[in-house]
Design a protein around this ligand. Sequence first.
Ligand code: NAP
Length: 307
Amino acid sequence: MKAATIQSYGDVISVTEIDKPSLKDDSVLIEVHAASLNPIDNILRAGYLKEMLDLSFPHVMGYDVSGIVVEVGADVKSVKVGDAVMARPNQDDAGAIAQFARLKENELAIKPASLSHAEAASVPLAGLTAWQALITKGNLKKGDKVLIHAGSGGVGTYAIQIAKQLGAYVATTTSGKNAELVRSLGADLVIDYKTQQFQEEISDYDLVFDMLGGDTLTDSFKVIRKGGALVSIKGQDTEDLASKYDVRFEWFFMSPDGAMLAELVALISAGNVKPVIDSEFTFEQAGEAYDRLATGRAVGKIVVSVK
Ligand SMILES: NC(=O)c1ccc[n+]([C@@H]2O[C@H](COP(=O)([O-])OP(=O)(O)OC[C@H]3O[C@@H](n4cnc5c(N)ncnc54)[C@H](OP(=O)(O)O)[C@@H]3O)[C@@H](O)[C@H]2O)c1
């Protein structure tokens, strides 16, 4: 099959021929229709995480997929050939920008007909990250005040909308050019990080969701009420600040979860959360898609149409 691959760390992305993934009893094979990009793909490609996660080559780029089931493993009960499904697969099954991908039954969700494959592919990694940050780790509740950093990004666009669904008051940081978009997603207060300092604009928040790290993370402690929480996906050691400000600090890596993904997909089907697509590229343009991601300026998700 064809796949967008790298042959070594730091390599340019090219479309090459590789073996199709083999079927496992607990999994399905899908013909991939669309894939979406995440910053972790470029981080892995550069080799920054090789101490923790050493890639084998050729490495197929991408995690998020949407496609049609073409083969079903012996133990799979809930999915049949022809079903449209979407997932952020686990590390062993990763490899999204390819003609075929293997997905575990418990990591996938059924794609509703109302979502295109491009929209569906944009959901799993970013959407599950936002869900796990706000709900699983952040325990966000109706009436809480939450600050979501980088509200215009892949994760942020889902996070704003999920927080509004929970009934929270949402402040978000982005640059002025994206203010209208984040307001349209439900943000109550928009802080332009280029002209304003968020720590001077707000205080006594229940939760901050950080995805930028550095000074943004450390300054975030200043805007949280005593007993509040800071959840980061770009973590560093902040135990001293957490105890100084009496704030619960959580840092985590998202994990695949089909049932949780289905809950989010239900919100999307009902029209309460909408995917925001920055741009779409063809299979052959996968390298350009990753160049766009590397600018750090994407508004929502970047998608590669595979079929
Ligand atoms: N731990 C995990 O499990 C996990 C999971 C997912 C993502 N992540 C990490 O989370 C981060 C965000 O991911 P993503 O997919 O949302 O990235 P992304 O889509 O590439 O984010 C781009 C957005 O960030 C905004 N931005 C950049 N600098 C900003 C700043 N200083 N203040 C406010 N907004 C800023 C940009 O808006 P402007 O153009 O207006 O600057 C742009 O819209 C990445 O570092 C990623 O690696 C971690």
